[in-house]
Write a new protein. Structure first.
Length: 437
């Protein structure tokens, strides 16, 4: 269960490799071999499997490979693991996905297989979802029925292989069984409730509370740069630097929504900010654009309409993070999209805009700024807390060679962290009433 993450100086970000795959297929011979093994009776002399519960000091199981077999009447997905793990499969609708959930693992897949797109699988991702919890999330071209994972013990140089078959089903049949298992739903409900609880010891009233939100994380890598830099890694590192910069001052208490490579659902990020009674919420991201010439930092504040089509498209993309990570958007999570913005929130939106305008001026001295309208508006889920001024900073375009190169340097990251901290000082400074009730 994820808990609120409190800022601590010097805490290093844990690295976790996360991957995606889109096109290609596996060999028929290997799939036939697995089918024969599954159909064969167990060998009477086979040694008993090793216990699933390992000592606390033992290394995590390693996911060593994955394979896709596409056939006319089914699609097979095979996961190879070094040690036995508890792996279960379930489906999620709107959009249709299959989730393979397991305890925490290490990822060493090398060059993962890519679906051709002709079978049931259109794409998949893998990585950490919660602390102590890893998963594959498989996007589907069509509704399927999912078999219970079958386990093949180590043989022929392979580790433990988990085999899942996807067979055609109607959308009605798919919807009937889709949804998180009850225990997982209860765990997530408890995590959301915990994020909503006020901390046991709030900071002194004279200190401003700043909550920094590194976007994406864990199974959701975000944008992948032209130089291989992942958005989730960039924004986590920048959040840690900004946190250290603000912590050097005596007038702020700083918290991060995450300080490791873990995924946190979008609405939970805003709940964390509200539970800390945040005076300012700063969400960090990095953008991409089909045009590789587009570059520069931009800052977004909340608007249901959006400042232009590009801003609206970016909000739709960022608001899909929960889909990417395999969050159940049905039932209690249906509020991911529609949080009503009423007149009582207008003052909060105005304060957010004041911070954004000042921050653009500070950051212009440090980095390239998007030439056209660097302060923009869009309906980002993470900006919708009704009582917390909030901004989302797109640090630059990972699709642009110049931006991606600069964002990969220590000098740039330190400079931008210092400029954002300076904008925070200006916002709460005695010469402006922007932050005062």
């Amino acid at each position: 269960m994820n808990r609120r993450i409190v800022w601590a100086l010097g805490l290093a970000a844990a690295a976790l490799v996360v991957g995606s795959a889109w096109a290609g297929s596996a060999t028929q011979a290997a799939d036939d071999l697995i089918s024969r093994i599954l159909q064969a009776p167990p060998a009477p002399s086979a040694p008993p499997p090793r216990p699933a519960v390992k000592p606390a000091t033992a290394p995590l199981p390693v996911v060593m490979g994955a394979r896709i077999g596409e056939h006319a009447d089914s699609t097979r997905f095979v996961v190879e693991v070094s040690d036995p793990v508890t792996l279960r499969a379930f489906t999620l609708a709107n959009p249709n996905r299959v989730v393979l959930d397991m305890p925490a693992v290490q990822w060493h897949l090398g060059d993962p297989p890519r679906p051709s797109g002709n079978g049931a699988i259109s794409a998949y991702r893998y990585g950490q979802f919660r602390s102590g919890n890893s998963r594959f999330v498989i996007d589907l071209n069509r509704p399927v029925a999912v078999t219970t994972p079958k386990v093949i013990p180590p043989t022929g140089g392979y580790g433990y292989r988990f085999v899942i078959d996807l067979t055609p089903a109607s959308q009605e049949e798919f919807n009937r069984t889709a949804g998180w298992p009850d225990d997982l739903r209860a765990r997530e409900a408890a995590a959301e409730q915990l994020a909503s609880l006020p901390p046991s010891a709030l900071p002194p009233a004279e200190k401003r509370v700043i909550v920094i939100d590194p976007g994406h994380g864990g199974i959701d890598a975000g944008t992948s740069g032209v130089n291989g830099l992942l958005e989730k890694d960039l924004v986590l590192d920048e959040a840690l630097r900004l946190g250290r910069e603000l912590a050097r001052r005596d007038n702020y208490t700083v918290h991060l929504t995450r300080d490791t490579d873990v995924y946190i659902p979008l609405t939970e990020r805003t709940r964390i900010a509200r539970s800390w009674h945040a005076d300012l919420f700063i969400s960090l991201h990095a953008d991409s654009n089909p045009d590789p010439n587009v570059s520069g930092l931009s800052i977004y504040t909340l608007s249901e309409k959006g400042s232009d089509r590009e801003a609206a498209a970016l909000a739709r993309k960022e608001n899909q993070s929960d889909v990417i990570a395999g969050v159940d958007l049905g039932g209690g999570n249906a509020s991911v999209a529609p949080i009503l913005i009423d007149l009582a929130q207008r003052d909060t939106m105005n304060r957010s805009s004041r911070f954004a305008q000042g921050a653009v001026g500070m950051l212009t001295r440090t980095t390239d700024i998007l030439p056209r309208q660097p302060h923009r508006a869009a309906a980002f889920v993470v900006l919708k807390a009704p009582d917390v001024p909030a901004v989302l900073i797109e640090l630059g375009y990972l699709s642009n060679t110049g931006d991606a190169g600069r964002m990969n340097t220590v000098r740039w990251r330190n400079g931008v962290a210092g400029a954002i901290a300076g904008a925070v000082d200006r916002y709460f400074g005695p010469t402006t009433g922007a932050a005062n009730p």
